[in-house]
Design a protein around this ligand. Sequence first.
Ligand SMILES: [Zn+2]
Length: 68
Amino acid sequence: MVVFCFLVDQKRKVRRSKPAAGTCSRCGGGASVADMKTATRFCYVPFYWKSWRAIICTFCGAILRSYG
Ligand SMILES: [Zn+2]
């Protein structure tokens, strides 16, 4: 039996982060500068990675600002 898979998803990972000035607009938590890595997966097999930097909330994980 052949199973066709058309599932594409993205997995976001914080590689490292350090505290930054500013607060989250959603919850008021502290912000931090984070090196992010996003893996785009097709059928759970990663085929594309992208590294980027963002200001994220350390409390709720919201992305407050992203660079590239
Ligand atoms: Zn927040």
